[in-house]
Design a protein around this ligand. Structure first.
Ligand code: GLY
Length: 331
């Protein structure tokens, strides 16, 4: 805390004691928690839909919620958005017409939960949370994940949204499949945060690449690929073509680079560079990374230009443009 801030706080404490205020009002408490967030809480998430997710996450933190609650409830906003075609039940289907969902989260203690290939559940991230809290496992998949969700009170809702139905009918005309990870056919929500005490958490959820093969699972539910959290160091998340992210354990790589003292920005750049070395077709795909470290520094980098992220910090929630490896696409 800066000495000026300490001074202001000391002055106001002295003033409060002098005035002998008997109790703290609810509004005072709220203001104090908001101040706590302003003093160190940071939330960042992928793409424009992250703006709404951040608002919810900040609200949970401001109300004294755990970082993992904030991450979970933040991404739930996007899972419930009926206009979002790449997260939640309104997502585009796979090539067989099924919307299959992947999600994971990690808490401030390094606990993790994940579900993959889950059909018809509005909040896969909440099922992942239950996997973390109620089972000895990290990951449940497909039928087993669904059975677990239903046993725990979730309800199943199948079918395609009108927009997804139309896009699928259009796709069936050619059935051509060439995943690019561009925002138009893919935009996972990965949300990572640090609370004012320096604890980290994150969540990541997606319906995966549009028109993927039935059974395909991307990076988003894979701990270390789509998301990694270590409260001793920081956190990272990914968006884009999951296969490229899985092959370099992207989010884990970034956190481990940060552990060595590398800044979040340079760590994200290194992960993208690693993909560009290992992945022959990297110029044809999009991958974006976000990272946050103990010092509150933020990193964001992608292969292609156009990757945006939402950053909530010091009372503001802004949409930011990430720097990229290629500057005008495919150069
Ligand atoms: N990044 C999400 C996916 O590839 O499914």
């Amino acid at each position: 805390m800066s000495s000026r801030r300490k001074f202001i706080r000391n002055v106001s404490l002295t003033a409060a004691s002098a005035a002998l205020i008997p109790s703290i009002t609810k509004a005072d408490k709220k203001r104090r928690v908001e101040q706590l967030l302003a003093e160190g809480g940071i939330v960042l998430s992928t793409w424009k839909h992250g703006l709404n997710a951040n608002v919810k996450a900040v609200e949970i933190l401001n109300n004294g919620g755990r970082p993992v609650d904030a991450a979970q409830q933040g991404v739930m906003v996007v899972e419930s958005d009926p206009t979002n075609t790449s997260v939640g039940l309104a997502g585009y289907p796979d090539r067989d017409g099924h919307v299959t969902l992947d999600a994971c989260l990690m808490d401030e203690f390094g606990n993790a939960g994940s579900v993959t290939f889950l059909e018809g559940i509005e909040h896969p991230v909440s099922v992942a949370r239950l996997v973390m809290d109620k089972t000895p496992h990290v990951m449940l998949s497909g039928e087993g994940a669904l059975q677990f969700a239903l046993l725990n009170g979730f309800t199943q809702r199948k079918g395609l949204s009108p927009q997804a139905k139309q896009a699928y009918a259009e796709w069936l005309k050619t059935s051509s499949y060439k995943p690019t990870g561009e925002a138009k056919d893919h935009d996972t929500i990965g949300l990572i945060l640090r609370d004012s005490r320096g604890n980290f958490s994150g969540a990541c959820t997606t319906s995966g690449l549009a028109f993927k093969m039935h059974g395909r699972v991307g990076d988003s539910p894979i701990i270390g690929a789509g998301l990694f959290v270590d409260s001793e160091v920081g956190t990272a998340t990914a968006t884009g073509v999951g296969e490229a992210v899985i092959k370099i354990c992207g989010s884990h790589l970034i956190v481990e680079l940060m552990r060595l003292g590398i800044s979040p920005q340079r760590a994200c750049e290194e992960a993208v560079k690693r993909i560009s070395i290992k992945q022959k077709n990297y110029k044809d795909i999009q991958v974006g990374f976000l990272a946050l470290n103990k010092a509150g520094e933020v990193g964001a980098f992608s292969i292609q230009p156009g990757f945006q992220y939402a950053l909530a910090k010091e009372g503001k929630n802004d949409l930011m443009d990430a720097a990229s490896l290629l500057t005008v696409g495919k150069n």
